[in-house]
Design a protein around this ligand. Sequence first.
Ligand code: ZN
Length: 686
Amino acid sequence: MSHRFVHLSACLLLAAFTQLNAQSAASAAPQPLTAMPYSPSLDVTSLDRSVDPCQDFYRFSCGGWMKNNPIPADQARWSVYSKVANDNLQFLWGLLEADSKASNRTPTQQKVGDYFAACMDTAAIDKLGAAPIQPTLAAINALPDRKALIAYLGTLNRNTRGSFFFNSGATQDPGDSNSVIAEISAGGLGLPDRDYYLKTDAKSEETRKAYLAYIEKILTLAGEPAPQAQKDAASIMRIETDLAKASLTRVERRDPYKQYHKMTIAQLSADSPVINWPDYLRVQGVTNVATLNVAQPAFQKAVDHALTTESVEDLKAYLRFHAVTAAATSLSAPFEDTSFDFYSRHLRGTQQKPPRWKTCVRQVDRALGEALGQEFVARTFSADTKQKTVLMTDQIEQAMQTEIEQLDWMSPATKQEALRKLHTVRNKIGYPDKWRDYSKLEIKAGDYFGNTVRAADFETARDWAKVGKPVDRNEWDMTPPTVNAYYNPQMNDVNFPAGVLQPPLYDPKMDDAPNYGNTGSTIGHELTHGFDDEGRQFDAQGNLKDWWTKDDAKGFEDRINCLRDQFATYVVVDDIHINSKLTSGEDVADLGGTLIAYMAWTKATANANLQPAEGFTPEQRFFIGFAQWACENTREANSRLQAATDPHSPGFARINGIVTNLPEFATAFKCKAGQPMVKAKVCKVW
Ligand SMILES: [Zn+2]
């Protein structure tokens, strides 16, 4: 399974985990959409005018939205972004219904249509029960001894969905951004983070109990007698806890050097001798590997320890569980429900399973994202929107240049490198220039499980095939309908899928002010990621290389610490504060991004005769447009999970924590010293 060296630090929202588990609006029987619904990028009905904007700007901007948009029963969290994502899915549903029935389909329509229809056929899926996973379980059970079991890890990680002890795949070489190398990285856990295994508070104890019950239940469904499943659950928890202890924390993983250990196969074999690495790589289909990256060498030692000290029976139980839990959402209703009960209901507080159509649209997006994306783009992303958002991105880059040139604390030498990096950023707007080719992926009508296996296999093969080849800089890590955006420090590119450039985020019918406040700040946010605590460690070519003078690096850290101290004061839920060491990259991007969007807007409209509208000055409209991207409601359980895992601060802090640092905001709303939205001393990084 593939695993990026540098996680996409720059996603605007919580990425993959949410995508998988986010659920639908529960209002009366939704229908497929034939056009995207419209709401404005500044929505006065979302305001709460009873709140003074200088007291709590987030509440003022979003209070109405929060009241008007309760969390649907099948959602862990509901936000302006989730609503757009929901609209996109509902629109894609219409496309897929048509593609599943039409005659004379194109090969692309056949693939996406048949994948969707097979997923929708729950009667056929339920009839199969646990049968699709049985061959894998039988193969694990038949392993004669420890040696055979260890050798089989290569096959499992290559051919079976799931994370078996560790992950492996292709990655861009952090030290040489033009080349793709193999990588071994930490994995093998069933809970969302290492901390879930190690924290001793009552909530964490409760979650571990629920996880044990989940393991037991899903193994029982797969055919184990209950007493055996109970014993296995305890063994699996013990194995995973040992792996968790050896894993880096999320904060440690923000330091790219901590996950960069390039070594020869011989070195890896000497350090972690239990696995036959040349054989392992051969099974993955790569034979041209001389060196590779071992993201967490200490973790690999823990893997070796488990593989040599745990009994073969317990190791088999661990492998069976990971095969079943990874396949659960593609199996019959009892498996899917059990997975939902733990991962969505318990961990996130979601009350209800999503409707089937939504699950299936999401599965097609995961398996055939750029095939489905072509259809989405053709219908929703106009040439005019592309042109305008490309222009906005250029303007915001110019504002960033001005900002860098004006910094009083940075030396000319570092500035020069920063500008070189800025001018090298590639802007990818809407969709890839060249679409991915799925012609070799076979999708069969009526074979849902088989389709999911072939699609995963296709992706794994595609990933491993990159090793030893030059990096493809046209590639995207998000599909076009995705409502999100990212900066990739190794590519040094910003990526804005068509899905995030829709109203109310980008609104072609609205004046510039809220659009620059909303989409402009998002563009600025992603661009600033090139210069946050993680991104700044990569140079213009995307190489992990220190281009800062010592004093400038210290100056930068001092300025980030100002934000860290501020954000650490915000409470997420109960007595849990923001872990601002984890969120500081996102907080820096929010602050810098909003500032440069404001500069770009001011410059772009310098000669325009701006007028108040809907009772607000143009400056006020910019800031309300900015705040209204972040309106949200979140369940408590989900807030707890986000506090532990999400590098983004919660919505209220992403607005109030930013405007308090922008004197332009206080001026626009005539806020006075001493009011909560006015800080005595502002933080400024970029
Ligand atoms: Zn971000």
